[in-house]
Design a protein around this ligand. Sequence first.
Ligand code: HEC
Ligand code: HEC
Ligand code: HEC
Ligand code: HEC
Ligand code: HEC
Ligand code: HEC
Ligand code: HEC
Length: 384
Amino acid sequence: MAERLKKTLALVFLLTCAAGFAAGPVLRDAWGQARPDGPLARRRPGGRDESGLRYVGSETCAGCHTQQAAQGQTPMGRASQRAADCDILKARPRLTLRQGRYTYQITRGGAGSVYTVSDGVSSLSAPVLFCFGQGAAGQTYIFRHRGTHYESRVSYFRALDGLDITIEHPRAEPASLEAALGRPMTSEAARGCFGCHTTGGAGAAGLRLETAAAGVSCEACHGPGERHLASVKAKDLKNLNIYNPAGLDGLELSQEFCGACHQSFETVMGLENQGGAGNVRFQPYRVFNSRGHLTADRRMSCTACHDPHGPLERDPVKYDANCLSCHLSTPKEPKTRARSASPCPVSTKQCVTCHMPRVELPSMHFKFTDHWVRVARPGQSVPR
Ligand code: HEC
Ligand code: HEC
Ligand code: HEC
Ligand code: HEC
Ligand code: HEC
Ligand code: HEC
Ligand code: HEC
């Protein structure tokens, strides 16, 4: 715990320093809005105030910014789909799971899918509204029942090519058909889900699902584009009126910007038991804990290894340049100001295969890449 406290203080210190170097005295949050509530405050996407600005849609953005246009095809760009467009359900017209006395079915028909649970005597059904997740690991379904949004009790998992119980839902047999449907969401929870998985689906005032764009697209990260379009039209390149995260330091970018959805150190510290073994999914938290890598240096930020506009790089060799931008290759190599971190006594390539091991999360049927960069000794348990 003392270690964690030190890290929290380190974060406060680093962010305070960052504020000192920033152009103005007021720190900005990930969307360029002034944060009146202190350096550690973080706003969820659903909690920010867009001041009624209009979203113009990613196709309009992509029309001028061809270099970033492929973002729409990435899993993040497709983090949710409306049922009518849902690729996984389109390709699988009937998914079923039997769990105790309950039978689950997701069946395709017309321009959508219907989610049904039955106990052999009676059944409850609802049309699927949204599919959440592209299914790298899995996909969960959102529907309405008696006027409330629900998260389905069963999800699709890629490794099974079929259904199983959704992560964090109790496996014990539910007491009633209604309870077997899934989890009713409070309006705050629904705002969170749609805030992280759609663009413009949740604002300070609540849900706006009619006008939301499915997936995390341009304006989820850059903010609504209405004023930007007006500036570009007026050829006012001095006031582009669009948020560019390129100006953030490495900590702000990882912890606050990407961390607003991928879960920062600060958020995870607020979870019961720090989210348990499941926190291996929370990359900003994991990087933060990694010895030597808690830094505002952009070389260790999320965008040093990932282009948010492009596909995830799968070739481990491609990450070596990042590690070797700080680490020496051999002990003989002279240290420089930029490159002074210790060399590896074992290998000079494919660093991530040993130091960012894949960790299986059984409830997700998926191996996540552990961003707690470390020497992972055989037999040693995964740190939390
Ligand atoms: C009509 C063309 C056009 C459209 C549409 C357009 N932009 Fe731009 N955008 C520009 C131009 C021109 C610039 C300034 C030069 C540059 O950076 O390419 C720019 C700059 C930017 C920048 C960098 C800003 C900075 O301060 O450095 C971002 C980020 C951006 N646009 C995002 C978007 C997003 C998101 C959308 C959709 C909501 C969008 N643009 C729509 C033309 C356009
Ligand atoms: C508005 C919320 C949001 C923000 C902000 C966000 N992400 Fe994501 N990201 C997601 C969601 C949701 C997924 C899961 C997509 C899926 O598989 O369905 C995801 C997935 C990813 C993936 C995995 C892609 C794959 O191929 O499996 C990477 C890498 C990623 N994000 C990087 C980033 C980086 C880097 C940033 C910051 C620049 C960032 N994200 C900011 C919501 C967000
Ligand atoms: C704080 C932001 C946030 C909230 C709230 C959130 N998610 Fe996610 N979700 C993410 C990010 C980031 C990822 C990608 C990393 C991961 O797999 O954990 C993700 C991944 C997923 C995945 C796995 C995707 C894949 O490709 O394997 C599913 C399914 C999912 N979320 C469903 C939901 C549902 C359903 C809700 C609401 C009941 C929800 N999420 C709420 C940010 C969020
Ligand atoms: C997950 C968040 C995210 C999404 C979604 C996203 N961007 Fe970005 N964008 C960023 C980040 C982060 C940067 C700054 C990159 C850096 O500093 O390395 C950026 C930078 C840019 C820039 C400025 C490039 C420069 O050289 O300064 C433009 C233009 C841009 N994005 C356009 C778009 C467009 C168009 C889309 C949709 C097709 C989009 N972005 C979607 C996070 C995102
Ligand atoms: C030093 C390089 C590095 C940095 C920094 C980094 N990542 Fe990764 N990330 C990786 C590698 C390597 C993979 C695995 C790629 C593959 O599947 O082959 C990965 C995979 C992912 C995935 C896919 C899910 C998984 O577990 O495989 C997500 C989401 C992700 N990173 C988000 C982030 C976020 C958010 C940040 C910033 C906090 C970040 N990453 C910082 C190297 C990095
Ligand atoms: C911003 C610079 C920077 C980057 C980028 C970076 N490191 Fe490090 N790393 C350090 C520093 C500084 C230390 C701590 C002092 C030392 O070992 O020299 C460290 C420590 C380590 C350690 C020892 C950790 C421990 O628990 O003792 C490992 C292993 C490591 N890094 C691997 C990597 C790998 C693999 C990558 C690429 C995926 C990477 N680093 C990227 C700067 C960096
Ligand atoms: C085949 C697995 C493997 C690969 C690949 C690998 N390492 Fe290592 N690395 C290790 C092991 C094992 C240790 C612990 C050695 C020991 O303490 O005896 C280690 C130790 C380290 C250390 C700690 C050194 C110290 O002085 O404490 C750093 C830093 C490091 N590696 C960085 C890297 C970088 C950077 C790369 C890529 C250029 C890399 N490693 C590739 C297995 C690997």
